[in-house]
Design a protein around this ligand. Sequence first.
Ligand code: NG1
Length: 385
Amino acid sequence: MGKTPALVRAPGRVNLIGEHIDYCGLPVFPMAIQRSVRIAFDARRDQQIRLANRDPAFPASTFTLTQQIPPAPAGNWGNYARAAAQALVQRFPDLRGIDAIVESDLPIAAGLSSSSALVVAMALAILHANGVTMAPLELMDLLARGERYVGTAGGGMDQSIILGAQAGCASRIDFHPLRLTPTRLPADWRFIVAWSLVHAEKSGAARQAYNDRPRQCDEARRLIATRLGLQDDASYPTLLAAAPVAKLLDLAGTTLSGVLAKRFRHVVTEGARVRQAETAMARGDLAAFGLLLDASHQSLRDDYEVSHPELDQLVELAREAGAAGARLTGAGFGGSVVALCPAARAAAVLAELEARFYAPRGAAGAVGRYAFEAEASGGAEVVRG
Ligand code: NG1
């Protein structure tokens, strides 16, 4: 590697509300956070990508930029780099490779999108090394589809916020067409992120459970569209424009099986909560935002069935410690919760979580790594060219 390699940074994200609805084409409301993936890199003359990781848990990985890049075995971290490379090479066939060193202070499989941060950072590094630029919205879309290389049927939230976040703001992300609308965080609000100590490995055990959900949502959508006399490819936004939520829920009760009715109820009610949460933030109505977080968690736990006992406990403890509301964030099945509290309460909430959740699990020593105040950061960037 040369003397001063170039450097890119891609933040993780915390989704404030709008969970498991991006792949239904409904708006979501995340923000980028201060923790990130960074890649130092030098351009190569050939098509090789040579990756190393400062964390010894992740062995070096090398591959060649070809039209069909074969994946490493499932679960290998290098597949996120391959996902980015594969997406780019199909768009720009003659890309040269890079020598890259990856480092990250984002917890892995914690619902904070360390995987998409790696995909985005890798894409920026390859583009920069080749002197290629892409319009941000186009890159967001390309990488959202590109990350499916790893085998998950995810939506486009993560790549979009990681690339498009504005410092100090959360952003509503709309899909089809993709667009981001920022709202400034009130100065006296604090979002606390706390990891459940349970890994949510979407590339492993949770993959099947994750991928089942888009399929179930799609089946429910098709049946309700038909009942409404719409084309069976009518999208969720089309259903919501065609009938009020209450009517959709009535129809779901008489048309769908138990599981599909529950999935459908989560999707349409969560979609409504996103709008309400955005308004609550713009008004500085902390209590209203907190109640929406609570309702979202209940829906994810009971209707969408993606929570975990450790997440439920963290949510309860955060509320008991004075948070205005809390919910699981990200895909669930483990991972993290996000809690909202007034700035003056944040230290007390963190102290309570340490005493009542982390200490009994022997994890109090590393609590700063597991639970922290999220700062709304800017999007991914070339830090040094
Ligand atoms: P995380 O939290 O990174 O596993 C996943 C999907 C999102 C979204 C959320 C649930 C990917 C890359 N990310 O996020 O698109 O569907 O779950 O809201 O698949």
